[in-house]
Design a protein around this ligand. Structure first.
Ligand SMILES: [Zn+2]
Length: 324
């Protein structure tokens, strides 16, 4: 798929010093944490994790950052809070959390897409996006290192809302995985290590299949509205990580990047990832082995497989997945 923005949609009168944001988008359990860890190894990037969840899980609930520290102890997040707001204490947390639950929702996509198309968010949308934007600009200004911020909220609504901010240059990695693998993964209980004892939710295969279709269509619609995007299949990322990283860095205008941290199926993890929320995999050591998770092939029941395949059939063909 081409990644050149439609020039008739992205006007040239935007500020030229916009902050580049590489947004990892797609349905959860599609390999986004793995991709984020790989992209975080690039010298020009810095991960902020899922800013969608920063307000509740980070600031309010003091969950652990991807670096292992509690949110309030993580030097990077304290520096971002100080630069963005003076201090996290000065954020009206109830207000931001209220905005998040009213505005950054799938059910609000009609209003959000309208704001993207007109490049004119509503006052509440603008107030919410301003909070995320302040965090992103502060993270980018921490030192003269990274030029691109990695945002991995995954949600289409968050990507689209960020795309209404003229100070941000949002480019999306649209991550797609075989929906039968996604559906199987969402039937499993997974513990969230940053929040003692709490579990991630589970969903039925049919519900996941419906979300898979609507989410992927939505990302394609966002691309049609002029947001640069590169579609990446989880299975391709595992089969040819360097090839996929090359496509993403080309879309993000990061030429000449070295991928020496990938050695076959082994990844040398050098950079701590100061990310909020996300898969338990974001914690972990200095080595990572890339291994395709296709447990669904033996563990998803025939009935569930038929349901998911039927519901996703047109999009399966579009993304090159077999119907059988
Ligand atoms: Zn941290």
């Amino acid at each position: 798929m081409t990644t050149v923005a439609d020039p008739t949609r992205r006007s040239d009168d935007r500020p030229t010093d916009r902050q580049r944001v590489l947004f990892v988008g797609g349905l959860g359990r599609s390999g986004s944490t793995l991709l984020e860890k790989l992209l975080n190894e690039l010298p020009e990037t810095r991960s902020v994790g899922e800013t969608l969840h920063l307000w509740e899980r980070g600031i309010r609930d003091a969950e652990r950052c991807g670096c292992g520290d509690e949110f309030a102890e993580c030097p990077q997040w304290q520096a971002i809070g100080a630069a963005a707001f003076g201090s996290w204490d000065r954020v009206d947390l109830d207000d931001v959390i209220d905005l998040r639950w009213r505005i950054d929702r799938s059910r609000r996509l009609p209003q959000i897409f309208d704001a993207v198309r007109r490049q004119r968010p509503s006052p509440d949308q603008a107030r919410y996006v301003d909070h995320l934007s302040k965090v992103l600009h502060a993270a980018a200004a921490l030192d003269d290192g990274p030029t691109v911020l990695l945002e991995s909220s995954k949600h289409l609504s968050t990507a689209a809302l960020l795309a209404t901010d003229p100070s941000l240059d949002v480019r999306v990695v649209h991550l797609v995985r075989d929906p039968r693998g996604v559906a199987y993964s969402w039937t499993k209980s997974v513990e969230r290590p940053e929040a003692d004892g709490s579990m991630m939710p589970t969903y039925s295969p049919a519900r996941t299949a419906l979300r898979w279709v609507t989410d992927n269509l939505g990302f394609e619609a966002l691309h049609a509205l002029g947001v640069p995007m590169e579609r990446v299949r989880y299975e391709d990322l595992l089969a040819d990580p360097v090839g996929v990283l090359r496509r993403i860095t080309a879309m993000a205008d990061l030429p000449g990047t070295s991928f020496e941290f990938v050695d076959g199926a082994e990844v040398h993890v050098r950079e701590p990832m100061h990310s909020i929320a996300g898969n338990p995999m974001r914690f972990g050591g200095d080595r990572m082995t890339l291994r395709l998770d296709d447990a669904w092939r033996s563990k998803l029941s025939a009935k569930d497989r038929r349901t998911v395949t039927a519901m996703c059939a047109p999009m399966l063909k579009r993304y090159g997945y077999p119907l059988r």
